[in-house]
Design a protein around this ligand. Structure first.
Ligand code: MEV
Length: 408
């Protein structure tokens, strides 16, 4: 049991941690001193670094983008650029989005018909109460817009508040609003159990589409990509992996722009299961000589608010993309997800995913086993030609090159 850890000075926290875990934390002390992150979370230890790279050739609604992506998976950025390049040759992605958030006031009881009646009658008043809880949102042209009642079962209902949060994701705004509605209902003897934003952001949907002439991919590959997308519609096992590939691209940009990737993940997967069965978020069909790709998912991303404002790297990444507003950001992100999906499916239905990833896998393995940076290129060439790309061969090659380096 550790009591009051958050009240200790940083020095004491580190001492206690080192003492209890036997881990040498001396390197962390220097690293963490200047980090803005120490004010962002509780019990801050250090910064956890991940690689950031740029995907190129993504064209959305006639504009070309350099897309910053944060990911630890070696093949993701190469695949995104590859998929984007194919689509760029075919005229790029077309995307559009809606952007409203949903907050829930959850009510239970036996007299729900009365509650429903009351809410319907007081709709306008309750929306006004919500707006009064966060007046600056209306001043910015947004705010609570409407309210609807959904019956959940015989003794529960959800009062859904629909809010335009402008450029922010708006979790805090929506939460303040639904809590104000909750107080008003409680004051009128209505049994409210809780009030909170919903991450099933199905009023903030983004759609991206593309049309690729089949000859760009080859007719057989195009047909097989379409078949691969059918599997993701009928089999949750395949759908999960299909969507994982899409989220490889989506999460990487969501993270690079300082957005809440847990919100995006949970919303995406809930949306994928909206029919009652978990399905692929994208579809690919061959129509009149074109491979037509389409993705739709909730993408309530933001360009301001949350941690975005204090994250200098997120700010820089938004500038690299030359993003003007949150809708545009969502459209770029949906498109990168579809590009990522195209590259993955194309590899899987043709040479297989391993073949395309061989060099990247070899590189990761060699780095893991401590290859000298100067030997890396040669070592990768040797490892991809080895009988198997595995730790044993990686170590053997590193040893050989090390020996050669010392002999020279
Ligand atoms: C690997 O991170 C993602 C893929 O498995 C996606 C897919 O199978 O569609 C390649």
């Amino acid at each position: 049991m550790v009591d009051g850890y958050h009240k200790l000075t940083r020095k004491r926290q580190l001492e206690l941690l080192a003492q209890r875990t036997n881990v040498d934390l001396s390197k962390l002390t220097k690293l963490a001193v200047d980090s803005i992150h120490q004010h962002q979370i509780e019990n801050y230890l250090t910064d956890f670094n991940l690689p950031e790279g740029i995907a190129v050739n993504l064209e959305v609604n006639g504009r070309s983008y350099f897309v910053p992506m944060v990911t630890e998976e070696p093949s993701v950025i190469a695949a995104a650029s590859n998929g984007a390049k194919i689509v760029q040759r075919a005229g790029g992605f077309t995307a559009h989005s809606t952007r409203l958030m949903v907050g829930q006031v959850l009510v239970s009881g036996t007299d729900l018909a009365l509650v429903k009646n009351y809410v319907e009658k007081q709709k306008q008043h309750l929306v006004e109460i919500a707006n009064a809880a966060h007046p600056s949102m209306q001043a910015r042209g947004g705010g609570a817009q409407s309210l609807q009642v959904r019956e959940l079962d015989e003794d529960k209902l959800s009062i859904d508040l629909i809010v335009d949060t402008r450029e922010a994701m708006g979790a805090n705004t929506v939460n303040s609003m639904v809590e104000a509605v909750k107080r008003e209902l409680l004051a009128n003897q209505i049994n409210v159990d809780m009030a909170i934003l919903s991450n099933l952001a199905d009023h903030a949907l983004t759609e991206a589409t593309c049309q690729i002439p089949v000859e760009l991919l080859g007719e057989e590959v195009a047909e097989k990509i379409s078949l691969a997308s059918e599997y993701a519609q009928v089999d949750p096992y395949r759908a999960t992996t299909h969507n994982k590939g899409i989220m490889n691209g989506i999460d990487a940009v969501v993270m690079a722009t300082g957005n809440d990737w847990r919100a995006i993940e949970s919303g995406a997967h809930a949306y994928a299961a909206r029919s009652g069965q978990y399905r692929g978020l994208s579809t690919w069909n061959v129509v009149d000589g074109m491979l037509v790709g389409k993705i739709v998912l909730p993408l309530p991303v933001a360009t301001v608010g949350g941690s975005i404002g204090i994250n200098a790297q997120a700010q820089m990444n938004l500038k690299i993309m030359q993003i003007q507003n949150a809708k545009q950001l969502a459209e770029v992100i949906a498109s990168i997800g579809l590009a990522q999906n195209l590259a993955a499916l194309r590899a899987i239905v043709s040479e297989g995913i391993q073949q395309g990833h061989m060099r990247l896998q070899a590189k990761s393995l060699l780095i893991e086993h401590g290859v000298a940076e100067t030997d890396l290129e040669v070592a990768v060439n040797m490892l991809v030609q080895a009988e198997r790309i595995d730790s044993k061969n990686a170590q053997k090659i590193i040893e050989q090159l090390r020996k050669k380096d010392t002999d020279e």
